[in-house]
Design a protein around this ligand. Structure first.
Ligand code: FES
Length: 170
C-alpha cells in the first residue's frame, strides 16, 4: 500500500466497479503490456500512469489477465510505495528520503512540505526513495517534473505556482 504523508481521499474498495474510462485504460494497458515477460510491474505502472492510481477493482482483472492470483497482485501493489490505490489529491509532491537527499536536509524538507500541504490542503505528499538526482540533492518531484537542490523557500514557491512550472535538473 502506498504510504502518503498527507491525508488521501476516501479509499475505494474492490466493490466499487471500474468506470468506463478506467476499464478502457486498463484494457489498453493490458493489450500493450500484458504479454511482456514479467508483465505485472509494467502493467501496474501503466495503469497508475493512465489513471493516477490503481483502482482496487482493477486487481482481479489484472490477476485474471496475467494468470496470477489476486493475492499475488495485491501483494505487489502493497509492497511498493510507488503504487497508490486511491486517487491523489491535487498534484503529487514526492520528496526523496533516500540517503543522499537525507544528508542534504530531506527530512526537514519533508516536514516543511507536510506543514505547507496541510495548510493549503490541495496536494498529496509522498516519500520517494531515489529520484535519480542524488548529485543534486535534495530532490523533489512535483507532478511529473523533477526539481533539484530543493529548499523550503523554493518548495513554497513551487506549491503556489502553476502546475506546469518547469523543473530543473533531469
Ligand atoms: S538519493 Fe535522492 S535522488 Fe537519489
Amino acid at each position: 500500500m502506498n504510504a502518503p504523508a498527507s491525508a488521501a481521499p476516501a479509499a475505494a474498495t474492490a466493490d466499487v466497479p471500474l468506470t468506463p474510462r478506467q476499464q478502457q485504460a486498463l484494457s489498453a494497458v493490458l493489450a500493450e503490456r500484458g504479454a511482456l515477460p514479467g508483465a505485472l510491474l509494467p502493467v501496474l505502472h501503466g495503469v497508475q500512469d493512465a489513471l493516477g492510481h490503481i483502482p482496487p477493482a482493477a486487481l482481479p482483472v489484472i490477476a485474471r489477465a496475467l494468470h496470477l492470483s489476486r493475492a499475488e497482485v495485491h501483494g505487489v501493489v502493497t509492497y511498493y510505495h510507488h503504487f497508490r490505490t486511491t486517487p491523489p489529491r491535487g498534484r503529487v509532491v514526492q520528496i526523496c528520503r533516500a540517503e543522499a537527499c537525507r544528508s542534504m536536509g530531506a527530512e526537514a524538507l519533508m516536514a516543511h512540505a507536510q506543514s505547507a500541504i496541510d495548510a493549503h490542503g490541495c496536494d498529496t505528499l509522498e516519500a520517494a526513495y531515489c529520484l535519480g538526482l542524488c548529485a543534486q540533492s535534495p530532490a523533489v518531484m512535483v507532478g511529473d517534473r523533477l526539481h533539484a537542490r530543493m529548499t523550503p523557500a523554493k518548495l513554497d514557491a513551487l506549491l503556489v505556482s502553476d502546475p506546469s512550472a518547469q523543473g530543473e535538473g533531469a
